[in-house]
Design a protein around this ligand. Sequence first.
Ligand code: GAP
Length: 458
Amino acid sequence: MSDKNSVSMEKIVTLAKQRGFVYAGSSIYGGLANAWDFGPLGAQMRMNLKADWWKQVVESRSDMVGLDGAILMNPRVWEASGHVAGFSDPLVEDTVTHKRYRADHLIEEATGESVDGWSIDQIGEKLSELELKSPDGNPLTAPKSFNLMFETAIGKTEGTKSSVYLRPETAQAIFVNFKNVLTTSRKRVPFGIAQIGKAFRNEITPGNFIFRTLEFEQMEIEYFIEEEGWEKHFDDWADWMQNWAESIGIDPKRLHRLEVPSESLAHYSKRTIDFEFDFPFGTKELWGLAYRTDFDLTNHQENSGENLSYTDPNDGKRKFVPHVVEPSLGVDRTLLAMLLSAYDEEEVNGDTRVVMRFKPHMAPYQIAVLPLSKKPELQAAAQPVFEKLAAHWRTDYDETQSIGRRYRRQDEIGTPYCVTVDFDSIEDKAVTIRDRDSMEQERVAIDELEAWFEDRLK
Ligand code: GAP
């Protein structure tokens, strides 16, 4: 096995494109910077990981329910949440090339010190003091605050248009529906609401493939609790995140917890830990876990005039605004961490074999049915095998090229098992199953195939 940490982004990006995980967006028109489309295998893996997350956090728990809120919300939501006033990054521009940069990142790179929590004036003073130039060596403009929300307009004619934002986080739909869910679901605190959906941020410096994009997908939970004892819920969710990461094949050796220092906390958070992952371009945030206190519900209560307090069912008089612990996970970064964790290269008979060692429940295909050749009698024997298996598991069917090349292709897309139908299969009603990781082969009767896979592909 190779040292997995040494896999370069180039290799992952190339494999992702060639095998159909991720394509450059709008590529026939020359692309659109930092926009990506997910091909057949990427789309399937996203489905697998979202379905597993939903099963674990909604379907398997009596204290959790799901929600699917709208992307466009009343703009007052974003005033109450603090995003209109505070969801911004300090931007500077190269006065010659007009390329834009994050001023905080330039200072951090030059000094090694974090400037989180600094005002725009403090950042400006520091830039002048350091006499910082752009990476191209040109003078920079003074920094200004750049709000990350995408603004768009509803309405057909100028003058009748009204501004709305594309949501920068899915979380707010959960807060504004807190009362709806409470009254319709009969849940009692502590309970949580989970949601999966697209979010949009006009990032100043997007990049690193699907790591930081303008459009991305989040899986978020707001877990409503009493203030007292929030630490226990926080720790429980941190453990859950760690365990889920490992269960979907994220390399635990590359996953670290960072206690976010108080000066770097988001405007709503009293405590945050980032789950960081060792990406080839550095150790960076994969997911976040925040204790958002009662910040959001209190602000929505004040701004909407709607009473968002909760009445303790054991003591009908005691009312309080619940606090929340928020596990927030990006689908795209999760997929990237899964690709990087799964990538492996090994020498086999003087050749390099590339294997994506995905967990079987996350792999795009779990089985590939491969007739030895395109001969009609083999197709006739292989088709019923495919249908039998595809009824239960994600199954590929491929009959072109040599069997050796087809095995290599299935290794590269991470299919755990290949089922080869050969001329003997017609007589002995058996097939050969090849294991992706060990490359060992086993002859199994067609009648016993479902039972064989049931034991292995739960
Ligand atoms: N509701 C809390 C929240 O949105 P965040 O740390 O800003 O917190 C949560 O985002 C997660 O969303 C991140 O940990 C990351 O996985 C993902 N994410 C955030 N910005 C992203 C971007 N521009 N591109 C891809 N994923 C992003």
